[in-house]
Design a protein around this ligand. Structure first.
Ligand SMILES: *[C@@H]1O[C@H](CO)[C@@H](O)[C@H](O)[C@H]1NC(C)=O
Length: 361
């Protein structure tokens, strides 16, 4: 009662004061509605649904059993696109292969059943990094049990490794390939996802910068925490801080909730294959839930891409550094949480106390 007069000194003033309050409530309400709409995750990051993924064969040579991953070169095979007709080819079936493919992929989505969607993923492995050079130099066993745990040695630094000159060249080769295929109507990715490790962001930049891309498909990469390589033990797979990334790769938009420090990496536990696959499945669930686009680029790493291929039921297909594999994925939304694999011991050999001898080649 005592406060009455000062809170409600007059009608007009009262209304004027409630406008900012009402406005604040509206903004808050909108924030919660929009936030809820972009992510269905619970507080523990678990969704009440997941997707069942399958690779649709018949579009890219890499998914066909007869293609040898060791000798196949996507660079001189049109990314692997199979030259064929589609049931969606219009009267003008003389159109360029890539344009007919894009129309077909969009049509697949338009006529798909409820809860089913199709996406075309361009999965790119980073070009050669200094950690690749080091692993070759010391041999995989010595690398895994000793050298990978250091930040660098012998004049090489591999903590969150940079690309080598060769690695930059490999990424530039892929840039040339896109350049050559753009006039042939290759669908430009509508979203560009990158791992937040330096070598992946460098690769994506060299691959997509400077291309003559349409106005609505500009190269605006999004950094995704879960798109990174196997986590733990190896310092090359420990990411830099968010502020370092923002300073060095200012055009990379780090996803909502991206932490300043790398909280996932620990020096004594290396993510086993089962956990890695589950993590990449969660990444796919996130993307398939929130991204309405059909053509996506994901720039990542050999282990992570191996897990994605496994998650989407693609045959194993090893990529050399700088390699790219496109794939058509069907995703069906199903009720219930994704089953989490049981906790497994750290992957890789026990640490060696001293550097193992370098085996002669
Ligand atoms: C990695 O590359 C960046 C940018 O070119 C450079 O500033 C940095 O010194 C490099 N780091 C190492 C360890 O070579």
């Amino acid at each position: 009662m005592l406060l009455g007069p000062s809170i409600f000194p007059g009608r007009f003033c009262n209304i004027n004061r409630s406008i900012p309050i009402l406005f604040a409530f509206t903004v808050l309400a909108l924030f919660f509605v929009m936030h809820g709409a972009t992510s269905m995750e619970g507080e523990d990051g678990i969704r009440p649904f997941h997707f069942k993924y399958t690779t649709v064969k018949g579009y890219f040579l890499q998914s066909e059993d007869g293609t040898d991953p060791l000798s196949f070169d996507f660079r001189n095979q049109n990314f692997g696109l199979i030259d064929r007709e589609y049931d969606t080819d219009g009267a003008d079936s003389k159109e360029e292969q890539w344009r007919r493919f894009e129309a077909h992929a969009r049509r697949l989505n338009e006529k798909s059943e409820n809860g089913v969607q199709y996406k075309v993923l361009f999965l790119g492995r980073h070009g050669q990094g200094w950690h690749n050079v080091a692993e070759e130099k010391y041999g995989t066993h010595a690398w895994d049990c000793y050298w990978s745990m250091l930040d660098g040695a012998d004049g090489i630094t591999w903590l969150d490794a940079n690309l080598t000159g060769l690695g930059q060249g490999q990424a530039t080769d892929v840039n040339e390939l896109w350049k050559a295929l753009l006039p042939k109507g290759i669908p430009v990715p509508e979203t560009f996802y990158v791992s937040p490790l330096t070598r992946a962001m460098e690769t994506a930049d060299l691959t997509f910068k400077g291309l003559n891309l349409p106005e609505d498909r500009r190269y605006d990469p999004i950094g995704k925490e879960l798109l990174r390589e196997a986590i733990g033990v190896h310092t090359c797979d420990r990411r830099s801080t968010a502020s370092h990334i923002r300073k060095t790769f200012s055009h990379v938009k780090l996803e909502h909730g991206f932490s300043e420090e790398d909280t996932l990496w620990t020096a004594d536990y290396r993510e086993p294959a089962s956990a890695r696959k589950y993590r990449l499945e969660q990444l796919l669930d996130d993307i398939f839930e929130s991204d309405g686009n059909v053509f996506l680029s994901l720039t990542s790493h050999s282990g992570a891409i191996g897990s994605i291929l496994e998650a989407i039921g693609h045959r194993p297909f090893g990529l050399e550094t700088g390699g790219v594999i496109p794939t058509v994925v069907r995703a069906e939304k199903v009720h219930g949480e994704r089953a989490k694999p049981p906790h497994e011991p750290s992957e890789g050999p026990l640490p060696c106390a001293s550097p193992p001898e370098v085996l002669p080649n």
